[in-house]
Design a protein. Sequence first.
Length: 365
Amino acid sequence: MNSLFMKAVNCDTIFFKQKNSLELIKLKLMYNSKIIGLGKYVPDNIVTNADLSKMMDTNDEWITERTGIKERRWVKEGSGDTTATMGVKAAKQAIERAGIDKDDIDFIIFATLSPDMYFPGPGVQVQHALDIKTVGALDVRNQCSGFVYALSVADNFIKTGMYKNILVIGSELHSHGLDKTTRGRGVTVIFGDGAGAAVLTREEDTNKGILSTHLHSQGEHAEELVLVAPGMGKRWVNDIIADNDPEDTSYFPHMNGQFVFKNAVVRFSEVIMEGLAKNNMDKDAIDMLIPHQANLRIAQFIQKKFGLTDDQVFNNIMKYGNTTAASIPIALTEAWEEGKIKEGDNVVLAAFGSGFTWGSAIIKW
């Protein structure tokens, strides 16, 4: 074919330029992507609600009623755990379970809001720590939606045939950057540390694997869930040092909790329905929903709205808190380990978070 590739319009429509005319040609994609290995890692250090009550004015009843969280894992100082090293531990497990060699990995995608360094990002640290050949490494900064976004990027790289095996990681170390006083309790009690990973590969049967992904953003609400400093836009480190203000909270996360909750329940529902509609499914087709573990009350609201049983929704926020980009891969790994996901199941991943950003993935396991 004497055609020059011009532009991908959507998953199955591509423009080609032939001589002096544009022709719209329908092409059937060769591949889907599928998950062939899952892994997770959480620190050993368990921090209960009772432990938090010794740091700030809070208690188990207050936290449980508002979030459903009973405990979370926080990295201990001196343990050696970082966002990157936890991601590596989860990745090793995922690669082993995938049954491939580390050098079969063609690309790395790392989702996090808590990198070890301002730059470079942790993707390259994983490449080095795993001693993988010099493959590309990409970092995704989409907070609670980060893993779904990373999964979507990996899926489309595989769909186009550019890469065969992609390692996707979501990892977070929140605890070192939280305000552990009564002033910060509304945010601090929610977050935990941990990592999850998935290995994706080609699937020639386009009725299996990741069927579709759906991504959205609404930046007008960026400052409703935000960490302002250090950042080049408003306050950098030298500004913080110069002000020397003990009441400065710009370098702690801020969340307008009620506003976030109200938007989350709407967007979760919308993006799940969008994915089902794309694949000619209705809500009765869902075998397992893995929601981002933001708040147990959000997950329960969505479960009730979709008429799902407890066996059709997997939650582990009670044990780990909100681990942001790590929450879905940790939950997905645990659900699979517990035998709650079987071959042929329709698995739905859905997330909402800072940005605002939200997304879903529909998977035929």
